[in-house]
Design a protein around this ligand. Sequence first.
Ligand SMILES: *Cc1c(COP(=O)(O)O)cnc(C)c1O
Length: 433
Amino acid sequence: MKGLVDKPNYIIELLEGGVTLEDVIDGHICEQALVEKSAFAVGNLGALMRQHTCWQSIVPQLQPYFPVKCNSSPAVIEVLASLGLGFVCASKAEVSLVLEHGVPPESIILSSVFKQLAHIKHAAKNNIQHLVCENEAELSKIARLHPNAKLLLQLTTEAHAAETSMAFGFSLKSCRHLLEKAKELGVQVVGATFHIPSSCQDLQQAYTHALSDARCVFDMGVDLGFNMNILDIGGGFTGSEFQLKQVESALRPLLDAYFPQLSGVQVLAQPGSFYVASAFTLAVNVIGKKVVTHHWDALSHDEKNDGTEFLYYMNEGVYGPFSRKLLGNTIASPSVHKHALCTDEAVYPSSLWGPSLDQLDQVVERCLLPELGVGDWLLFSNMGACGLEEFDCLSTSSQLPVYYTISTSDWYEMQEAGVALDSAMKNFSITKW
Ligand SMILES: *Cc1c(COP(=O)(O)O)cnc(C)c1O
């Protein structure tokens, strides 16, 4: 196995002839077994590119802007930047990170709802003009500190409000007032943005409302003399090709009706999970185990094994890379490393906990697993969209290393994917792993 060395902060391992991701995980588990059995993550950079290909083939009319909050690990930013994505940043630190990767300021949107003054000043200084805004107080701050800003007004959507209980964005009712205020303060408004989360049950209805609202905002803006030319339809793409096609079929007729291509409006989206979720696998170690035995009559019918249930404690939990759990997401059951389940093997109801012994630190409430021993490894796939800044610490902290890999074929495909990619990858050199 050989590695591709980039900047000193991360190494990409090139998987040659027949070496698989599983082999890489095995290799690191062996290494870890000799030391402290720390958890680690493996990132498959080829997956990022494959998601990009999928995106371009299904929704070529939507320009992808990656929300840095989903995964800010340096290799991810590097690859996505070289694929030509734009970036949505919520803070000064995120802006600095993407600027360091050579992303042009025109391809960056500063998105946070309430912006610290320093972050607005930083954006102004670095010539980042696209800022999201949703209320009058923010408008005044921006007018004062960044008079050349080009604003995207954040519209609420019912679907987003239902998910978060904190409904950000302004309603259509307050729209004219906000636009007039912008006019008065001399700040440019160039478009609108909204977000429909992937938990939304009725995509058709949600996009219908959101796009007709956005059309109203555009019309009012044009009325007041603004040059309205950017529509941002937010995130909410799970990563599956099937779901992307569903969104596409809900969207296309609406875009044709409200924002036809001839209108010259540039349409953006913010696919976060879509790009990164499947690219990362997390390996954690079982550090403790408890057995609970239930009485027969307390068991439901399908649980009539011998009434045994296991609680396993792992070396990472919700205060680390499983923080998504605290935000109400479900963490899918892991697979057991080096364990091909035989059909007649006993499995037991099990719950998986982090190391803190805190009530909240339950990662998986219930899953069926063969009996595990302390020291066994569990592999959680689809861990690329951490939701918080965990991957930031992941990539720099010594306890939780991230190993990046790419298969040779993906590597060549990446190189063929275009000039931009070539230039970003040229500083990698091949060394022995
Ligand atoms: C988190 C977030 C996204 C990314 O969402 P995904 O569903 O992961 O694509 C996009 N837009 C906004 C406003 C967000 O808060």
